[in-house]
Design a binder for this molecule. Structure first.
Ligand code: UDP
Ligand code: MG
Length: 325
């Protein structure tokens, strides 16, 4: 029977507190899947150190020396979660049949992997892990996340509701994904664009095992902004709509004031003139800001800077190549 070779891709940034615990959980799951003859024995857990400033990389090196199932790569500096996941997926692409990306903090239920692999064996090439219950998230995180998904769908971005970056992807999909060359990454919105047969697997989200989230409100807003601007031009269309609406209102206003004047009445109203100017000025600045955001994104894209740079690799599969590249 066909047993796909799996790479579990785990981005890690300053996770010295959780890694010793969750690495064991990942290994147990991997061995369990191997034992059940669901995946190939050469399957691996690939940690991506995202330029951590603590002991994370040293822990990964130690793990790789302890057990052959652990391997790791290190980014030359911190580049953020999305790029860390991408680095891991691209590293794994030619070495395995399927990848499952998962956060290293124990929040995503590893037991959903059984069903993910099952769905792959049934012919799905992308399997989205979807949180069926967010009660362990704070009220604030839950509400903002819900608002975010609603807003994204209003913006015309196709997203799988309540799916973050816990997903199974086949190497065939990853091959196609290499042609998505943007620097401004929003993976959960990009994978649906690749196509191929996909499905969702539901799981309960746990609490972080230890440590703290790296996504405070400011970073969440910036991720949402990146998501909108990288996947939708609807804000620019909305500006056009707003422009047409305001022009129409002004046109009616002009006709009204001229007619009133021609009828011999005086049109006074310093207050209304000033407030209209301020209102239009504010809207104009807002619109320029939105357009500027897109121009900024274009600027970043045309430079074509690398999205990740790997400085080190560790693990048995790299034994014949230098560990520092
Ligand atoms: N992460 C990363 N680089 C960063 C920030 C986070 O690789 O710059 C990793 C982090 O180690 C974790 C995952 O991305 O495995 C998700 O981060 P976190 O748990 O802080 O986010 P949350 O689950 O609270 O949204
Ligand atoms: Mg987390």
């Amino acid at each position: 029977m066909y047993r796909p070779l799996l790479f579990i891709v785990v981005p890690c940034y300053n996770e010295e507190e959780v890694l010793p615990v969750t690495s064991k959980m990942f290994l147990n799951k991997l061995l369990d899947l191997i034992k059940k003859e669901k995946i190939d024995e050469q399957s691996r857990i690939l940690f991506v150190n995202d330029g951590s400033k603590d002991e994370t990389w040293n822990i990964i090196v130690r793990l790789a020396k302890e057990d052959e199932h652990y391997i790791g790569i290190s980014q030359s500096r911190n580049r953020g979660h999305q790029k860390a996941v991408l680095a891991g997926l691209m590293e794994a692409k030619d070495k395995c049949d399927i990848t499952i990306s998962i956060d290293c903090d124990g929040q995503d239920d590893i037991n959903a992997m059984d069903q993910m692999v099952e769905e792959y064996l049934n012919g799905c090439e992308i399997v989205y892990g979807v949180r069926s219950d967010r009660s362990t998230d704070t009220w604030f995180k839950r509400t903002t996340a819900q608002g975010f998904y609603k807003f994204m769908s209003y913006m015309g971005v196709e997203l799988v509701y309540n799916h973050a970056d816990y997903r199974l992807v086949s190497s065939r999909v990853l091959d196609a994904f290499t042609d998505f060359k943007e620097v401004n990454l929003f993976l959960r919105g990009m994978f649906p664009l690749v196509g191929f047969k996909s499905t969702s697997v539901y799981y309960e989200r746990h609490e972080r095992i230890a440590g703290e989230t790296h996504y405070p409100l400011s970073k969440m807003l910036s991720l949402a902004f990146d998501g909108i601007t990288s996947l939708s031009v609807k804000p620019i269309r909305m500006i056009v709509g707003l422009g047409i609406l305001i022009s129409l209102i002004s046109f009616i206003g002009v006709i009204w004031s001229v007619s009133v004047r021609l009828m011999g009445y005086s049109v006074d109203g310093w207050a209304s003139t000033i407030s209209t100017i301020c209102f239009i000025g504010g809207i104009q600045l807002l619109c320029i800001g939105v357009i500027g955001e897109y121009i900024g994104k274009i600027y970043m894209e045309v430079k074509k800077r690398p999205r990740y740079i790997i400085s080190e690799r560790i693990g048995d599969i790299y034994e014949n190549s230098p560990s520092t590249l």
